[in-house]
Design a protein around this ligand. Sequence first.
Ligand code: DGP
Length: 113
Amino acid sequence: MADCIFCKIASGETKARIICEDDDTVAFLDLNPQAPTHVLIIPRRHIDRLSDASEGDAALLGKLQLTAARIARDLSVEKAFRLVTNNGKGAGQSVDHLHYHLLAGRKMLWPPG
Ligand code: DGP
């Protein structure tokens, strides 16, 4: 997607502090962190949001979650982290490219705001 900021980060056109990447996924630090650890994990392929994913994306969705868990281990926050995706404007989604927030390093509240 030409005007998608996360597609530009995935292609390297826009700089970000990349944590790790492979053929399918990219993980990078959030520009506006909401916790001491705040990593975004995205698929390279543009999908607007989770509700637009299909059966054919099952392996990719699993890989995104496993990547998040591995990053949590690498950053030594595996005992307490939150993985969340905001699906749609009403849920707080501001960038229309599927992404998971990996948040850790502070007490997490429930219910979330
Ligand atoms: P959401 O509101 O769930 O769509 O989360 C989008 C997140 O993306 C938000 O926490 C801020 C982050 N973000 C937006 N633009 C950029 C950017 O250009 N670079 C980085 N690293 N993060 C960004």
